[in-house]
Design a protein around this ligand. Structure first.
Ligand code: EPZ
Length: 424
């Protein structure tokens, strides 16, 4: 199993460019099934989730050309068929194939999604949306079978009991070719939803209100090809900004949309982090003493749940008492014991993470349990003195494009080594 080895305690400086958003591209690729001509995506991140989705699309009959950050997908050869298993399970976002196959063929057979262990991750709201659009949904031998009647899906009024990014996008995918009007109330407002709606509208869909809590869709007959630039990854950006604030001597983060990170930036400013914010970049100055803060995660535009783990190593370097409450995933705490083993004064009590800083972190062997937990361990290893070895790094490579090269470019002593299966 491959491992990441870090020789920590070094100051970092220079520039890093943020790649396209993982949580956008994992929906954009399945959405291309709805097109009747080839679609080109620019700014595609180099992450294993993209490779998995390419494999699945090719197994279904799509033709794919991938050069650098440009991915061209010709969906015309895709057949309505049960989704290939295997790849499906490693990828929670495989559920987007339900919405896009239902939208194109009126039928879909998709294995249940996998993904990070963040506690229960139901898809009941996705199913509720598909049923409202007229699909019968059955669960048979580990897969969901969705089938609309012979007239295909029809527009509906759907109120989302919970704010859900995945359910909002999935219902959008199933509704763009449904007959008539669909309204999604209590929709999630994340930037990735706007990105998917932008792609679909450029293909000829009629979606209004993406990014607000009410999305209106007029069904259309045909969707054509287009070319689309993936939005920058706000979670990758927040990860590098946290690192720059912790051990940077002047780091410029390029390809950032400030509006996507307002609540995160506000927290850093509350800590005393000095930044210059420009049109599409953020310059982070060396930090002196930083103040510990409390964090409560919310749906966009609140503080992103995906950033509570990556910001934690920075919090641990700051002075005072702080706590983190993740209102979206209460069980998003698997990084805490690993950080404690590095000497951090951090613990979980009734689903709240409590910290006291500052902390002198010491390198040791740690295990990544999910994508953003892994990111927090990378940052902690870079901050810590001594050597840190991170196991189960496939989680990290799922969501962070060229992370080793980007960190080496900032002066980090970090590398991937081939190792025996993890002993710990
Ligand atoms: C997306 O997951 C992101 N993943 C997650 O990022 C992110 O943490 C999450 O949104 C934030 O809301 C992708 O976009 C691929 P949800 P998603 O549906 O869509 C509950 C990362 O690290 N819920 O918004 O699966 C659910 O249990 C990943 O990049 C239902 O109850 O999240 C959760 O508590 C991790 N029923 C809450 O809603 C449903 O049918 C929000 O989930 C759907 C969701």
């Amino acid at each position: 199993m491959r491992k990441i080895v870090i020789n920590g305690g070094k100051r970092l400086r220079g520039e890093v460019t943020i790649s396209g958003a993982k949580n956008s591209v994992v929906a954009l690729i399945p959405a291309i099934i709805l097109a009747e001509e080839p679609v080109i995506l620019d700014g595609v991140p180099d992450i294993s989730d993209v490779e998995s989705l390419k494999d699945i699309m090719e197994m279904m009959g799509a033709k794919i050309k991938h050069e650098g950050e440009t991915l061209e997908i010709d969906p015309r050869g895709i057949k309505s068929m049960p989704m290939p298993y295997g790849k499906i399970n490693s990828l929670r976002a495989s559920y987007y194939f339900m919405g896009s196959l239902l939208g194109r063929f009126g039928e879909a057979r998709v294995g249940l999604p996998g993904g990070c262990d963040l506690g229960p991750r139901p898809i009941d709201l996705h199913i509720k949306g598909f049923e409202a659009l007229g699909a019968k949904v059955e669960y048979e031998d580990g897969a969901m079978h969705l089938k609309a009647n012979h007239q295909g899906t029809k527009g509906a009024y759907i109120f989302m009991d919970l704010v859900s990014v995945g359910a909002t996008i999935n219902v959008m995918l199933a509704a763009v070719k449904a007959k008539g009007k669909t309204v999604i109330e209590n929709a999630a407002r994340e930037p990735e939803i706007i990105d998917v709606a932008t792609l679909l509208n450029n293909m000829g869909a009629k979606i209004r209100g993406a990014g607000t809590n009410e999305i209106r869709i007029e069904g259309v007959e045909h969707l054509s090809g287009t070319r689309h630039m993936v939005i920058p990854d706000r979670i990758e950006a927040g990860t590098y900004i946290s690192l720059a604030a912790a051990i940077g001597d002047g780091v410029k983060i390029d390809n950032v949309i400030y509006e996507h990170l307002e609540s995160f930036i506000a927290k850093l400013q509350e800590m005393g982090v000095e930044m210059t914010i420009r049109e599409d970049s953020i310059y982070v100055y060396p930090s002196q003493t930083l103040k510990m803060v409390d964090i409560k995660t919310y749906h966009y535009p609140g503080f992103a749940t995906d950033l509570q783990q990556p910001i934690t190593p920075l919090l641990l370097t700051s002075i005072g008492y702080g706590k983190i409450q993740d209102t979206i995933y209460e069980k998003r705490i698997n990084h805490v014991p690993e950080l404690a083993r590095m000497g951090a004064n951090i613990e979980v009590k009734s689903n709240t993470i409590y910290m006291q800083g500052p902390n002198e972190l010491t390198g040791t062997d740690v295990v990544a349990t999910d994508l953003r937990a892994g990111a927090s361990l990378v940052l902690a290893g870079l901050i810590a003195s001594g050597e840190t070895t991170i196991h189960n790094i496939e989680f990290i490579l799922r969501g962070y494009s060229d992370i080793i090269e980007k960190l080496q470019g900032l002066g980090a002593d970090i590398r991937i080594v081939e190792g025996k299966a993890s002993q710990i």
